[in-house]
Ligand binder design. Structure first.
Ligand SMILES: C[S@@+](CC[C@H](N)C(=O)[O-])C[C@H]1O[C@@H](n2cnc3c(N)ncnc32)[C@H](O)[C@@H]1O
Length: 254
C-alpha cells in the first residue's frame, strides 16, 4: 500500500488508502474541475494528451466490433478515440464523477455516437458488470486517483473475457537526469499558473503530489500480475511523464 506521507495527519482515513484523497474528496474535486478539464489538459500537456490517448488506444489491438470498457472515462476522450480507431466498436465508460460524465454525455450527442458509446456513473472498485463481459478494457489517468489499486485491477480483470487485453496509462514523475529537473521546474511554474486560471490551485497541488506518490512501474506491473494478468509489460513515453502498461487476462478462451 502506498503511504500517504504528504497528507497524513490531515485525515486519518488517508493512511489506509492508496490515493492522496478519499473517494468522496476525489469525486468532489473532479465535479468541480469538470467544466475546465479538457481545456486544462490540452494546455498543461502542450497538446500531447490527445496523442497519448491515441497511443493508449492503439495498444488495445482493436478488432472490429469489440465491446470495450473505459474505466474512469471522465469526459470521454478515450471512448471517442476507440470508436475512431474501431468504427464498429461498442464502448461503455464508467466514472464516479457526475460532473465529468455530464460533459461526456454532451460530447456523445455532439459526435453523434449515441448508438456506440454510453457512459454510466460507477465505481471501478465495484463494477456492475458480470464476469467475462468485455473484449478489451482501458483506463487512462484514473488509477492514480483510486483508493485501492489492487481491488481496481481485480475488478477490471474479473469483467474482462479470458485472454482479453487491458491497457492502463498513467502520469508518472520522470526519473531521468534531464526530464526530472525539467519537470520539477514545469510543475512549480506552468502547472500552478494554468490551474489557477482554469480551475483551482488545490487541484494542481493534488496533480503534482499524486504523480510523485504513485507507485513505480514495477509495482504497478506486480499489482496487475497479482490481479490475474499475464504478459504484462510497460513502456514510457515523453521522457517518462507517461507510462503505459499492457497485459492479458490469464485463462482459456471462453
Ligand atoms: C484524470 S481523469 C481521466 C479521465 C479520462 N480517462 C481521460 O483520459 O481524460 C480521472 C477520472 O477517474 C475518475 N475516477 C476516480 N476514481 C474513480 C473510481 N473509483 N471509479 C471510477 N472512476 C473514478 C474521476 O472521476 C475522473 O473522471
Amino acid at each position: 500500500m502506498l503511504k500517504n506521507t504528504h497528507m497524513s495527519g490531515l485525515d486519518p482515513k488517508l493512511d489506509k488508502i492508496d490515493s492522496l484523497m478519499t473517494a468522496d474528496q476525489n469525486r468532489d474535486m473532479f465535479n468541480y474541475i469538470a467544466p475546465h478539464y479538457d481545456g486544462a489538459n490540452r494546455i498543461l500537456s502542450i497538446g500531447l494528451d490527445q496523442r497519448w490517448r491515441r497511443q493508449a488506444v492503439k495498444r488495445l489491438e482493436s478488432n472490429a466490433g469489440h465491446l470495450y470498457l473505459d474505466v474512469g472515462c471522465g469526459t470521454g476522450d478515450i471512448s471517442f478515440e476507440i470508436v475512431r480507431q474501431d468504427p464498429k466498436a461498442r464502448v461503455i465508460g464508467i466514472d464516479s464523477s457526475r460532473g465529468m460524465l455530464e460533459i461526456g454525455w454532451t460530447k456523445i450527442r455532439r459526435y453523434g455516437v449515441e448508438s456506440q458509446v454510453s457512459f454510466r456513473e460507477g465505481d471501478c472498485l465495484d463494477l456492475e458488470f458480470p464476469d467475462n463481459t468485455f473484449d478489451r478494457a482501458i483506463s487512462v489517468f484514473c488509477v492514480r486517483n483510486v483508493t485501492d489499486h489492487n481491488r481496481a485491477f481485480s475488478e477490471i480483470v474479473r469483467v474482462l473475457k479470458q485472454e482479453a487485453k487491458l491497457v492502463i496509462m498513467e502520469l508518472t514523475e520522470p526519473d531521468g537526469p534531464i526530464m526530472k529537473p525539467l519537470f520539477r521546474i514545469y510543475s512549480k511554474t506552468v502547472m500552478p499558473f494554468v490551474t489557477k486560471i482554469m480551475s483551482s490551485v488545490s487541484a494542481y497541488k493534488y496533480l503534482a503530489a499524486s504523480m510523485a506518490a504513485f507507485p513505480k512501474p514495477d509495482q504497478i506491473k506486480g499489482a496487475m500480475i497479482g490481479a490475474g494478468m499475464i504478459d504484462v509489460q510497460y513502456s514510457q513515453m515523453t521522457g517518462g511523464i507517461v507510462t503505459v502498461y499492457e497485459g492479458y487476462k490469464t485463462g482459456n478462451k471462453s
